[in-house]
Design a protein around this ligand. Structure first.
Ligand code: ZN
Length: 608
């Protein structure tokens, strides 16, 4: 699920970390600025950021939980105000490039320069146009429906319906039509998207970045090129495991669907149980290792017990309080949105909010009784507990060490949702025998390993779109080239440039950077390995749960409370004792599955 996951609202102004920035700005005036001026500037920025950020979060919350033309307009105005202030602060911060200021003020000034996801052009007309385009793109996705028979509105399918249909393997024709149907929501976005790219690049250039993609890559406490190399290094660590999973899955799909799935070559994208082929959990029945059934199904348990959504959220909260975190505030329970309302349009995509940047944390999701949503709840709450851990820092430091950290925390906790944990919280009577681990590992691999190449390629596409290397007339071809290269998947039918398939993925029209999800997938296993060790777990990694470990909770909270006040390698070091991201924790976690796959794949072609 989690790639799905998630947008962290309320952070638009808060910066995302970066020390050494290859920024082209030069100080517009250095002669008269003093350390006292810098201090005063930063005080104003912290205060204004808070004020506009709260207004934006409030307007955004209302818009996403009650989509109308008016709430769209209100949210667009609030975003515009926040974005304009952010752009202004980013520019002004360069005035203090040569002023001698204390280290934490220097960090704030640097963060300001790299804080924006979207830089608005300085021309008010263009800035206004950009805000409207953004609101339109987001709503186009939120209201997106595929209507197989437009004369019968009840047959229209929203993303939830589409997700449900694609989750059931078997009928190739239905899967293909549904996949193609969902992808009809995005062609109307293409023109807006191309204009958005032009306008946002204008804003980024005014800040001294080559383009919006270069701006995004400058946030990682290292030069952008070095960061790109880090991603390559991490992908190389896990790619062999992905190739094995891909080859085994392809062989099983070939058995199921015949020549519709080639014995070698890419896998058709609509047959992997998910609209974007980013999570293959749903096709588990087709690839399940024999005799590895764990003997329980969490979705069935939740449904059988008719567990109310609120109780599912309470369960998630209890995990965090068992580690020593304070319980969520009363307002969380009063103000969150947990179920899809019947009377209005909402953006159901799960997200975690920090509306006042202090205590007013919320979750917005349309919970169903599924194992996936149970996990998503743990994920979203991870954001909320992170947000609260850093609430006492200056406003500009209230964010995660880098943006992958925010996404990783909840997932780290979800890795602790082991059978033994389910027994301890009384959802399960008895944990299965360890000999059944292969089934659980396969389930998790279908969710986590299958995600990695998708997590990488979304921004590979966008970075090239922003840089102009991919032009509007090649948007779709370039998208599918990358999906082939990284995921080894192909579309079920020809996809010309009259389609705009990237737009059928939430994070593209919503303009949420995606590399964070890739990093989060790497980091969560690294965190889990460290926390398990701290908790004293000597079992194989996949059987460790940190539930009720005060020691693990203490180390986790120490890292979370740092927010982004220090470069991310220091935060990583606080928890793991290492300053480098390391994907070998994934290889460790899945070692038994990897060995088993080697045996199954003897004599089989790997790759495409
Ligand atoms: Zn998230």
């Amino acid at each position: 699920m989690q790639g799905l996951g998630i947008r962290d609202s309320g952070f638009v102004l808060a910066a995302f970390g970066a020390l050494s920035i290859a920024c082209a700005q030069t100080a517009s005036s250095t002669g008269s600025t003093t350390p006292a001026d810098a201090k005063k500037f930063l005080d104003t920025v912290n205060e204004t950021t808070l004020k506009l950020g709260v207004a934006q979060a409030q307007a955004g919350w209302v818009q996403q939980t009650y989509i109308t033309d008016d709430t769209e307009a209100i949210a667009a105005r609030a975003s515009q105000a926040a974005n304009e202030a952010g752009a202004r602060f980013a520019k002004e911060s360069t005035k203090y490039d040569k002023v001698d200021v204390p280290a934490d003020q220097r960090r704030m000034l640097n963060l300001l320069k790299t804080s924006l996801v979207l830089a608005t052009p300085s021309d008010p007309k263009e800035s206004d146009e950009l805000s409207k385009i953004m609101a339109r793109l987001e709503s186009a996705y939120g209201k997106g429906k595929w209507c197989p028979d437009p004369s019968k509105p009840d047959t229209c399918k929203n993303i939830d319906d589409v997700t449900r249909i694609l989750a059931v393997p078997g009928n190739e024709k239905v899967l293909r039509e549904t996949w193609e149907g969902w992808h009809t929501i995005s062609p109307p976005m293409k023109k807006d998207y191309a204009r958005f790219v032009e306008l946002s690049n204008k804003g980024a250039r005014a800040l001294g970045f080559a383009d919006t993609g270069a701006m995004w890559r400058s946030k990682y406490d290292m030069p952008p090129d070095e960061f790109t190399k880090e991603l390559d290094r991490l992908w190389d660590q896990v790619r062999p495991l992905y190739l094995k999973l891909h080859a085994y899955t392809r062989a099983k799909l070939h058995e199921k669907y015949g020549d519709g799935v080639p014995a070698s070559g890419p896998i058709p994208a609509h047959l992997l149980g998910n609209v974007w082929a980013q999570d293959w959990s749903n096709i588990y029945p087709l690839v399940a290792p024999p005799n590895a059934d764990p003997g329980f199904n969490l979705t069935d348990i939740l449904k059988k017990r008719k567990m109310p959504p609120l109780d599912m959220v309470r369960s998630g909260e209890r995990f965090y309080t068992s580690l020593g975190f304070a319980a969520l505030p009363k307002t969380f329970w009063e103000r969150s949105l947990f179920v899809r309302p019947k009377d209005r349009e909402v953006v159901c995509h799960a997200s975690a909010w920090d509306v006042d940047f202090v205590e007013d944390v919320r979750v917005k999701m349309c919970i169903e009784q599924t194992a996936e949503d149970f996990t998503t709840i743990h994920h979203e709450l991870g954001h909320n507990f992170y947000q609260r851990a850093y609430k006492d820092l200056p406003v500009l430091f209230r964010d995660s060490a880098n943006d992958g950290f925010h996404e990783a925390i909840g997932d780290t906790i979800a890795l602790s949702v082991t059978p033994e944990y389910l027994v301890r919280i009384k959802l399960l009577d008895k944990a299965p025998d360890p000999s059944r681990d292969l089934g659980l590992l396969m389930t998790r691999a279908l969710e986590k390993i299958s995600f990695l190449p998708f997590g990488l390629l979304v921004d590979q596409w966008r970075w090239k779109v922003f840089s102009g290397e991919i032009k509007p007339e090649q948007y779709n071809k370039a998208w599918w080239d990358l999906r082939l290269k990284y995921q080894g998947v192909a579309p079920p039918s020809a996809r010309g440039e009259d389609f705009f398939d990237p737009g059928a993925k939430y994070h593209v029209p919503d303009n949420t950077p995606y590399t964070r999800y890739f990093l989060a997938h790497i980091l969560q296993f690294q965190f889990h390995r460290s926390l398990s060790k701290i908790a004293g777990c000597t079992l194989p990694l996949n059987r460790c749960s940190t539930y009720e470990s005060a020691e693990a909770g203490k180390r986790l909270e120490a890292m979370l409370a740092m927010g982004q006040s220090r470069p991310w390698p220091e935060a990583l070091d606080t928890l793991t004792g290492s300053r480098q991201m390391d994907a070998t924790a994934i290889v460790d976690y899945f070692a038994p599955l990897s060995t088993w796959l080697d045996e199954q794949l003897k004599g089989t072609q790997i790759g495409w």
